[in-house]
Design a binder for this molecule. Structure first.
Ligand code: PMP
Length: 428
């Protein structure tokens, strides 16, 4: 496949947009080459400006769990748009989606909608600090919680792809309140609590990490965090921006049967429109303005188009009792196929998967944290990525990202992908 027009469009974009993109990881920096410009998308497929059709394994980094241009969402947005696109005043729709989300997710009474996952996590942390009266937070190296200052400390995703986990512009003052821990290392977390007695407001974690490739939590790890938080009067924040409404109807809390104190959402909850949300029990959520003292706001928060899209998406996931089972089965099928092909080709690899989040690390050792994720062979990954692109298969342009499987994928698509991986693997 050729990507000539995409290259031209990228050159034009670079003149007026920093790096030609509005979010760094789109730029293909870590794999080389130029990004693909999308013209449209439907179901499991992207159609680019060169007229190529690509099978999409990124799905807008998660939201399109039921495929692109999912009709109930598209229709709801069109109908809403005809009636006004923003009011900055309450609408009944906001209560409807809030009530549905609260009914689907365990252990939350109230939810506040924002415009991105970044805002959701940033607000969750402010709420945790306000509620506990403490300043410090623990985050895990390689976890990404959006680009707000407190989180750009050894962050994953684009921040690590570009080799600058500690971004200039984040002040020392901010950085000192973010304590770093190693994913899946409970003792490390306990040591941090010991060294910072009564100072830690919260632990924030991706309950299944997806920003250093996919890294599931080790057995007992999340439960251990729950216990450490309880013992120290700190809050446990699950950043479910990726896992929420993806791993189960009630997200990771349901899947692992662990209660978080605050949960952050993004991606799927907006059905592909810019939406984030954070939620908790009443005693915590009532700390938020206008009821409580912790300030948080947004001109476009609860935007009618975004709420209409999110509501249709949540309804679809709530009503279809088999959707998460199908996603699990499709992704397990893909995993098995990839394993066979990479083994046949004699490659060193590790595949991590939980539900419909999966990633291939080109290293034979277990990948359980940021350090082991960093051991992957990036040259092999680059060849793998470009080989698949030639076959018409789009995976994330970085080894530090998970793939997001959509229910729109057919078994034919999966077979085609597995065979293509077989072809590509032979040349790696
Ligand atoms: N948290 C996690 C776990 C994420 O993966 C992301 C984005 N990939 C964010 C937060 C930030 O979300 P957004 O890009 O919508 O600001």
């Amino acid at each position: 496949m050729l990507y000539q027009r995409s290259s031209q469009l990228f050159a034009e974009a670079e003149k007026v947009i920093p790096g030609g993109v509005n979010s760094p990881v789109r730029a293909f920096k870590s794999v080389g080459g130029t990004p693909i410009f999308v013209k449209e998308a439907k179901g499991a497929y992207l159609y680019d400006e060169d007229g190529n059709r690509l099978i999409d394994y990124i799905n807008s980094w998660g939201p399109m769990i039921l495929g692109h241009a999912y009709e109930p969402v598209v229709n709801a947005v069109i109908e809403k748009a005809k009636k006004g696109t923003s009011f900055g005043m309450p609408t009944q729709l906001e209560t409807e989606i809030a009530a549905l989300a609260v009914s689907m997710v365990p252990n939350i009474d109230k939810i506040r909608f924002v415009n991105s996952g970044t805002e959701a996590c940033m607000s969750a942390i402010r709420l945790a600090r306000g509620y506990t009266g403490r300043d410090k937070i623990i985050k895990f190296a390689g976890c990404y919680h959006g680009h707000s200052d407190s989180f750009l400390i050894q962050a994953g995703s684009g921040a690590v792809t570009f080799g600058s986990p500690n971004s200039p512009g984040v002040t020392q003052g901010t950085a000192k309140d973010t304590l770093l821990a190693t994913y899946n290392d409970l003792q490390n977390v306990k040591d941090l609590f010991e060294a910072n007695k009564d100072q830690i407001a919260a632990i924030i974690i991706e309950p299944v990490a997806g920003n250093m490739g996919c890294i599931p939590p080790a057995e007992g790890f999340l439960q251990g965090l729950r216990e450490v938080c309880d013992a120290n009067g700190s809050l446990l924040i699950f950043d479910e921006v990726m896992t929420g409404f993806r791993l189960a109807k009630g997200g990771a809390q349901e899947l692992f049967d662990i209660k978080a104190d605050i949960v952050a959402f993004g991606k799927v909850i907006g059905g592909g429109l810019p939406v984030g949300a954070f939620a908790a029990r009443n005693e915590i959520m009532n700390y938020l303005a206008p009821v409580g003292p912790v300030y948080q706001a947004g001109t476009l928060s609860g935007n009618p188009l975004a709420m209409a899209a999110g509501l249709e998406m949540l309804k679809a996931l709530n009503d279809d009792t088999d959707v998460f089972k199908r996603l699990e089965e499709k992704t397990a099928y893909l995993e098995k196929g990839i394993r066979e092909k990479l083994t046949e080709a004699g490659l060193d690899y590790t595949i991590n998967r939980r539900g419909s989040m999966i990633s291939v690390h080109f290293d034979a050792n277990p990948v359980t944290d940021f350090k082991t994720a960093s051991n992957g062979d990036n040259d092999t990954f680059k060849k793998f990525f470009h080989g698949l692109l030639k076959e018409g298969i789009y995976i994330a342009p970085s080894a530090y990202e998970t793939w997001f499987i959509t229910d729109a994928l057919s078994y034919e698509d999966l077979d085609f992908t597995i065979n293509s991986i077989g072809k590509v693997a032979k040349d790696l």
